[in-house]
Design a protein around this ligand. Sequence first.
Ligand SMILES: Cc1cc2nc3c(=O)[nH]c(=O)nc-3n(C[C@H](O)[C@H](O)[C@H](O)COP(=O)(O)O)c2cc1C
Length: 166
Amino acid sequence: MNLVQLVYASRMSGPLSMSELVQMLDVARSRNAQAGLTGMLTFGAEEFLQVLEGPADAVNALYSKLMTDPRHKDLVLLGYGPIAVRQFADWSMGFYSLGDDGLLAEAGLPADRFDPASMKFEQALRLLRAMSDRLGRAESGAGPAGTRAMSSRPREGAAPIRQVSG
Ligand SMILES: Cc1cc2nc3c(=O)[nH]c(=O)nc-3n(C[C@H](O)[C@H](O)[C@H](O)COP(=O)(O)O)c2cc1C
């Protein structure tokens, strides 16, 4: 199969509640599973960072939709290219809500600021991989094999996304 990986950063267009985000993820996960897409999504106060991987046609088609999705704006393509094997095979769309958990520093990034648009492809991938590892660790043993993609929900009690003005 002609597998590719795509990483982009974007900014929320306006306020997005955690429940709206969870609903969007539910839809995204079932669509991704059908299209053979895997990946990881994370966000800061106003920013998204997402990696998509799968057949080139499916990745390209989704990115076209993402470019016109009014829920976010200012998309920056950080990297795109062929891959031999998936790096996020466990997740139909893993979701990690970035907190004060030392993950930025672990990935070699400034710990005080999440600014995905300025990241290099390799830095962004390192961060997303670290998230995937943490999700995997947190959820290993949580259920039968293959259920992790569905259980990578926002953590219970996670802080709501800060309201974004304008
Ligand atoms: C930050 C962000 C990430 C998204 N991730 C996905 C995704 O992984 N898969 C997906 O099908 N849709 C995702 N969407 C939604 C798509 O932009 C789009 O709404 C969806 O594919 C349905 O498009 P359609 O109704 O025109 O077919 C995402 C949207 C946003 C704002």
